[in-house]
Ligand binder design. Structure first.
Ligand code: X2X
Length: 339
């Protein structure tokens, strides 16, 4: 009997095992370092494309010594599974939202505070500056390594199969999927919603089977994961910004020779910059693309939502959790938050 060709197999073959003829040191040579990189993004998502590009450059520049295989689209498991693998050393690299990582490194969710950043200029100043620095330090203390450049995961909007979110009241009792992270849950509880923590790997089916009514993500994730097939409305709440930290297992990373680390860092950091441009370029066109796919958009007033978070004590609670020093670093870039 022939094995059915599953989606997983097809993706695995395409992404993981592309031989790159001509780049290996010599015919028959095996790479000195073989490592894996996981992500939760579809094949067509800029993360996958740019990570694939980076590992090809790394293979080339090291003359075949360093081979990193990219496993996109949760092929290695959902985010929390991949994080366990990363921590144990079964996985060498992955991109992960700092908010999901925050179960281990509480500070790494700080940039995701609702309505903290008004625009990308302040986001990049913060995560490329001192805010990124204190986050990376906290990640290293937890035994992982965080590369200097954070990858974009966009400003987030709420999608729904039942009704558009026009005012904060529309979120009351709203069954919404959020990623597995205390900050996300806390924020949607502050809105009075009923958030359910679900890994991205399960989001499509959770929406399809109506376990939840909606979810929240940047347009590019809604588009590339085809969530428009199982959602009707997109409300441009822009309630927070999220990024992907490029993480490495700490022990493995420190065990690599300095020259190898330098080449890997150079290309992963450069590809993060390219990926940021991909997000920026797609930002203007995605709304009309999704409208053509049948999505109905509305533009609620963000200030009304921010006021609800203030009244619910959301900002005070998280300021206390992160501490005054870290909060001051956030405000250095974002301006006063929660007033
Ligand atoms: O899980 C999500 O919603 C995603 C894809 O945006 C993250 O990785 C945080």
């Amino acid at each position: 009997m022939t094995r059915p060709i599953t989606r997983r197999l097809v993706l695995g073959t395409a992404a993981a095992a592309l031989p790159l003829p001509g780049l290996m040191r010599a015919r028959g040579d095996t790479p000195e370092f073989e490592m894996k990189m996981g992500n939760d993004n579809p094949m067509t998502h800029p993360n996958t494309i740019r990570q694939q590009e980076a590992v090809e450059r790394i293979l080339k520049e090291t003359n075949g010594r360093v081979k990193i295989s990219v496993f996109p689209n949760n092929q290695l498991g959902g985010d929390t599974d991949m994080l366990s693998q990363l921590r144990s050393g079964a996985l060498e690299f992955m991109t992960l939202s700092g908010l999901i990582l925050s179960t281990f490194t509480p500070l790494s969710s700080i940039y995701g505070i609702g309505y903290a950043f008004p625009n990308y200029k302040t986001v990049w100043a913060a995560v490329d500056g001192d805010l990124g620095k204190i986050i990376r330090e906290s990640v290293e203390k937890a035994g992982l390594y965080a590369f200097e450049k954070v990858w974009d995961n966009g400003f987030r909007e709420v999608s729904s199969s039942t009704h558009p979110i026009r005012t904060p009241d529309d979120l009351k009792g709203y069954k919404i999927r959020v990623p597995v992270s205390p900050l996300w849950t806390s924020m949607f509880e502050a809105f009075g919603a009923a958030p359910a923590s679900i890994n991205f790997s399960e989001v499509y089916s959770a929406l399809q089977t109506k376990i939840v009514e909606g979810q929240e993500n940047p347009l590019i994730n809604i588009e590339t994961a085809k969530l428009y097939e199982v959602q009707k409305y997109i409300s441009m709440t822009r309630h927070m910004w999220d990024g992907f930290l490029m993480l490495g297992n700490g022990r493995n990373w420190r065990g690599l020779p300095p020259d190898v680390r330098a080449v890997i860092s150079k290309h992963l950091n450069a590809s993060a910059e390219d990926q940021r441009k991909d997000y920026a370029d797609s930002d203007n066109t995605l709304r009309s693309v999704l409208e053509k796919q049948g999505m109905v958009f509305n533009d609620p007033d963000p200030e009304a939502f921010r006021q609800v978070l203030i009244k619910a004590g959301f900002y005070n609670k998280w300021r206390d959790k992160y501490g005054a020093d870290a909060w001051a670093v956030l405000e250095k870039y974002a301006g006063k938050i929660g007033t």
